[in-house]
Write a protein that binds this ligand. Structure first.
Ligand code: NAD
Length: 482
């Protein structure tokens, strides 16, 4: 087994990687096949070559015992813990988004709580007609498209689950997070080599593009597509004609009613909303607060790192964080300003000419329901608060703000009827009660972790078993022992 890096070695790698990343402008021109003079393993110039290598890896994984697969996964977990800080630093530097401490914690979560081979469970049915065995088989080579918001976290989480299930994997990572994603691909391959597995266990692209994604989507060796990203890319893979798992956009609402522990709710919401500067798709995006507790809730938020802006400032900020985009048909629509996504609250406030201390981690404002801060998935630490009269209005508006994504919703309440009603009506994949959003992916909440939450296609909180296909073997009239 490979040894742990020393503190000094970690510092050296971080500084060498960061020097390389900062030398590259724009970041997409960063040489994603190497860092610190060392070549990344498993990174290809051509998608067809990457798929061919992934097919070789798939055959090797198929021939491997489950015990051996688990050994590779154990080493992937160990290296992920050891190099979490490095990947967090590269991620923030390359994408300009998120926070190093939170990204480090996200990698630890992936290492600790992503299920491995134990997630693959067979079933047997016996009866008068004998025995039927149902086993969960791999698909073959999986084509995985990964986002910029949790780049290396998604690569490692997907790799663990897909390898545990016996598949090969080829990634087409987000073009704005190539170095971070390919560092994670290299990490998985280093873990494999260290444990006597294939030198190339998972594959990726040096310069992933929409064209390389299109090759992946139509290649005959790709048997399953797994897409983690916004609505455009999920739609693209679902239209591919192949079996696809789509983990798409969210816009999670939070309801706070007048039975909630308001001190806890205010702190939990700010903690969840500001985690990795609001990049996680599950993070709180808009609050619907009962009118009679809204002032108290806001005062708690202000004591927990929130900064309140007024409606004129919110209007000005909306023009900064949302920009016009003209599509191919000439239609103009608002999209989020990528220069603001995942940025610190302090940096966003400075664009309004407001200077605050480092303690400020969230921008809050009171808005009406139609405000773009409520309607758009901003992925930045800006939290609009809408006052509501009662639970009927709260649920009605929260369900509308979720836009039918059926992704994630949150509620702070001690009223079981209210909690149950909202959960039923919003129909989200994740529903978190009385906790920060990240409890929904295993941080301070029960259950395993994932960074691929497949609402549209129904796999939910994906894990190894999501990347399998069912096979049945029937032995008629025999093999029953009773
Ligand atoms: P994005 O949609 O910009 O890109 C995701 C990936 O898709 C990238 O690799 C991109 O290059 C590729 N892509 C985009 N359009 C494509 C197309 N037409 N064909 C093929 N590939 C295409 O995502 P992002 O900005 O990095 O991530 C943010 C979005 O992803 C948010 O909407 C967020 O909610 C969502 N997200 C969802 C989950 C989940 O688990 N459900 C997890 C993370 C992010």
């Amino acid at each position: 087994m490979a040894r742990n890096l020393t503190e000094a070695e970690i510092r050296e790698v971080v500084s060498q990687v960061l020097n390389q990343v900062s030398a590259a402008a724009p970041t997409a021109s960063f040489d994603s096949t190497q860092y610190a003079g060392k070549k990344f393993v498993g990174v290809f110039d051509d998608m067809n070559d990457a798929i061919a290598a992934a097919q070789v890896a798939y055959k090797a994984v198929r021939a491997m015992s489950v015990e051996k697969r688990e050994q590779l996964i154990t080493e992937i977990r160990r290296l992920t813990r050891a190099e979490a800080h490095i990947m967090a630093e590269i991620g923030v530097k390359e994408t300009g988004m998120g926070r190093v401490d939170h990204k480090t914690a996200k990698h630890m979560l992936v290492a600790d709580k992503t299920p491995g081979t134990e997630d693959i469970v067979s079933a047997a049915k016996t009866g008068d007609n004998g025995l039927t065995l149902v086993e969960m088989a791999p698909f073959g080579v999986v084509g995985a498209i990964t986002p910029s918001t949790n780049p290396s976290e998604t690569v490692i989480c997907n790799s663990i689950g897909m390898i545990a299930a016996g598949n090969g994997v080829v990634f087409n990572p987000h073009p704005n997070a190539i170095a971070t994603s390919n560092y994670a691909v290299d990490l998985v391959n280093r873990a494999s080599k260290a444990m006597g597995g294939p030198e190339i266990l998972v594959c990726s692209m040096k310069k992933p593009t929409l064209e390389s994604a299109a090759i992946m989507q139509s290649h005959p060796l790709i048997r399953l597509l797994v897409c983690t990203g916004g609505p455009g890319v999920v739609k693209a893979v679902l239209s591919s004609g192949k079996k696809a798992i789509g983990a798409g956009a969210g816009n999670p609402p939070v309801i706070v009613d007048d039975t909630a522990d308001i001190a806890k709710a205010g702190k939990d919401i700010i903690d969840g909303c500001t985690f990795d500067n609001n990049l996680p798709c599950i993070a709180e995006k808009e609050v619907f607060a009962f009118r009679n507790i809204a002032d108290e809730l806001i005062s708690i938020m202000l004591k927990n790192g929130a900064y309140m802006i007024d409606s004129a400032q919110a209007a000005k900020l909306a023009d900064i964080v949302l920009v016009d985009k003209t599509d191919k048909k000439g239609n103009v629509r608002k999209i989020v300003n990528r220069d603001c996504v995942g940025r610190d609250a302090k940096v966003i406030l400075s664009k309004l000419g407001i200077t605050v201390s480092d303690d400020i981690r969230c921008i809050i404002c009171e808005t009406d329901f139609n405000h773009p801060f409520v309607q758009e998935e901003l992925m930045m630490p800006i939290l609009p608060i809408v006052r509501v009269n009662d639970i009927d209005e709260a649920i009605d508006l929260a369900v509308k703000a979720e836009h039918g994504n059926r992704h994630t919703a949150h509620m702070h309440s001690k009223n079981v009827d209210n909690l149950s009603r909202f959960a039923r009506e919003v129909e989200t994949t994740i529903f978190v009660k009385n906790a920060p959003s990240y409890a929904g992916i295993g941080f301070g909440g029960e259950g395993h972790a994932t960074f691929t939450i497949a609402g549209p296609t129904g796999e939910g909180i994906t894990s190894a078993r999501s990347f399998t296909r069912q096979r049945r073997c029937v032995m008629a009239e025999s093999f029953r022992i009773i």
